[in-house]
Design a protein around this ligand. Structure first.
Ligand SMILES: [Zn+2]
Ligand SMILES: [Zn+2]
Ligand SMILES: [Zn+2]
Length: 77
């Protein structure tokens, strides 16, 4: 089954922001989400995977400032 990798950046306030999303293709013919999914007539609902794996979160970056909502960026106030 295919799944999605979601890359996050984490701020010092422990809030996270999504920086990138990527779908990983399992390359199976019996997965309806894969580009390799069979195109011929078949009973897709009973023979093919109809769901994706849960999203996989990855923290790729860590900032040592708080996020903008928590005041990490001076907004002139
Ligand atoms: Zn798949
Ligand atoms: Zn199918
Ligand atoms: Zn925050």
């Amino acid at each position: 089954m295919c799944y999605k990798i979601i890359q996050y950046a984490e701020y010092s306030c422990s809030h996270q922001t999504v920086t990138r999303q990527q779908v990983i293709d399992c390359r199976k013919r019996d997965c309806r989400f894969s580009p390799s999914h069979q195109t011929g007539i078949h009973s897709c609902g009973s023979t093919c995977a109809q769901t994706m794996f849960p999203d996989q979160g990855l923290i790729m970056e860590q900032f040592n400032t708080a996020c903008p909502r928590c005041g990490g960026v001076t907004n002139g106030h």
